[in-house]
Design a protein around this ligand. Structure first.
Ligand code: HAM
Length: 420
């Protein structure tokens, strides 16, 4: 039985084949996402993977709606697997915002599902860090979020040479569109045309823009001038104070496909341009109000960073650590009469937080030793009974080959000391 196209199996390291997905690499990314988000004062939330279909059809915009994994459930409800987290977050916030002090700084790591054409950087499921700030209109919040994005990528060993944040604003585009006397009812349609500029045949873009009374040259000039609006300048100054300015460039070529964005938008890309966007986000000041039927009105902004492009990039640039060797000690049981006492020792060491392995069934000593080496154990330990009947532990460091015979308590203390 094959797995579905666009879905992944995650194997533990060492991987049977280099092109398989690594569960250890995934955990490593999740750990970095969590620890940096917490460093910035973000709190974790989660929601259901299945939602009423309507939550997405009304608010996300046509591209995502065309990619929904939707169906009718046994209770005749129209439902969908979540293609993104933002509408769920807006629903959750609208329901209980009164219980929390603003601004909210929340993050989640949902698995998302989009029925996309499978290609490099695009699958039918992916994990996505979502970090959002709710209840703050000041651009200091935008800068805080972009700083978080930069620091997450830095924590994954990527530097200013590796990635760039392309910063833009739908407000800037709105100004451009109004000045050109564009039809306000077709504003989102215009944004979609701009969003496709980099991927579409210029002749097609020219034709689309002509329907708004604009030329491709006019649009290109606006992008090339890259004049920051006051709002973008405030974000750049804020990042300058953190010494993070060099990670960001104003680039109106970014406008984002999703319908709900209302102001500042941004995307993170690898500098060489070999990959699709690593992350994307922006302000969506009307979504909470839309989803709550006008009951709750809160400004909001956030970004999503997927694991697929990120892993491709980290692999290509060789920035992933070596995931082997997680075992602190392997307990050799050479004398089956000592199995019961060995289990006591193993339990004791595990209670102390150490990772300990042993042979579940009787095995030849050399086989046990070989297994310890295969598992990359730092130490092997072996219980021995002295002629006077006392239990002692023979401890051997597999790297330095140094050996000592100590009491079980001393063995635990020595192993604990090396893991701190
Ligand atoms: P998005 O741009 O659709 O934004 O997705 C964000 C990131 O998720 C992308 O840059 C990409 O890394 C990853 N991604 C998206 N689709 C796929 C896919 N099919 N396969 C692999 N990776 C994918 C959003 O989803 C917004 N809801 C983000 C947001 C949060 N905006 C405000 N708050």
């Amino acid at each position: 039985m094959e797995r579905l196209p666009g879905f992944r199996d995650f194997y533990p390291e060492p991987l049977p084949q280099p092109d398989l997905w690594s569960a250890d690499a995934r955990n490593y990314i999740f750990d970095r996402w969590r620890s940096v988000a917490r460093r910035y004062g973000f709190h974790e939330y989660d929601g259901p993977p299945l939602e009423p279909l309507e939550l997405f059809t009304a608010k996300s915009g046509e591209e995502i709606v065309g990619q929904l994994y939707n169906f009718t459930d046994k209770g005749a409800r129209e439902i969908s697997l979540r293609p993104e987290m933002t509408p769920t977050l807006a629903r959750m916030v609208a329901a209980h915002e009164r219980n929390y002090k603003k601004p909210l700084k929340w993050f989640a790591i949902p698995q998302l599902f989009r029925y996309e054409r499978q290609q490099k950087g695009r699958l039918r499921e992916h994990f996505q860090l979502n970090a959002d700030i709710i209840g703050e209109t000041d651009s200091a919040a935008d800068a805080e979020l972009i700083a978080l994005l930069i620091d997450i990528l830095r924590s994954l060993n990527l530097s200013v040479e590796d990635f760039v944040i392309r910063l833009s604003s739908r407000n800037a585009w709105q100004g451009f569109f109004c000045q050109a006397n564009g039809d306000r009812s077709r504003e989102y349609e215009f944004y979609q045309a701009v969003d496709k500029l980099e991927r579409e045949d210029p002749a097609v873009s020219e034709q689309k823009l002509a329907s708004f009374g604009l030329s491709l040259a006019q649009v290109r000039t606006f992008i090339d001038e890259a004049r920051p609006t006051a709002e973008l300048q405030a974000i750049l100054d804020n990042l300058e104070a953190r010494d993070l300015r060099s990670f960001v460039k104003v680039d109106y070529g970014v406008i984002r496909g999703l319908a709900y964005y209302t102001g500042v938008v941004f995307e993170a890309f690898d500098r060489k341009g070999d990959f699709r966007a690593i992350a994307g986000g922006g302000r969506y000041d009307n979504l909470v109000s839309l989803i709550s039927g006008g009951r709750v009105n809160l400004p909001a902004l956030g970004f999503g960073m997927g694991d697929v492009v990120l892993l491709e990039l980290l692999k290509a640039r060789q920035r992933l650590p070596d995931f082997q060797s997680a075992i602190d000690a392997f307990c050799l049981i050479e004398d089956e009469a000592l199995r019961s006492d060995s289990l006591t020792l193993i339990q004791d060491l595990r209670n102390a937080g150490l990772a300990v392995e042993y042979s579940l069934v009787p095995a030849k000593p050399d086989k046990q030793y070989k297994r310890a080496q295969e598992l990359g154990a730092a130490f092997v330990c072996k219980l021995e009974r002295t002629p006077s009947g006392t239990l002692m532990v023979n401890l051997k460091d597999l790297k330095t080959r140094q050996q000592s015979t100590v009491t079980p308590t001393e063995a635990r203390l020595q192993l604990e000391a090396r893991t701190v």
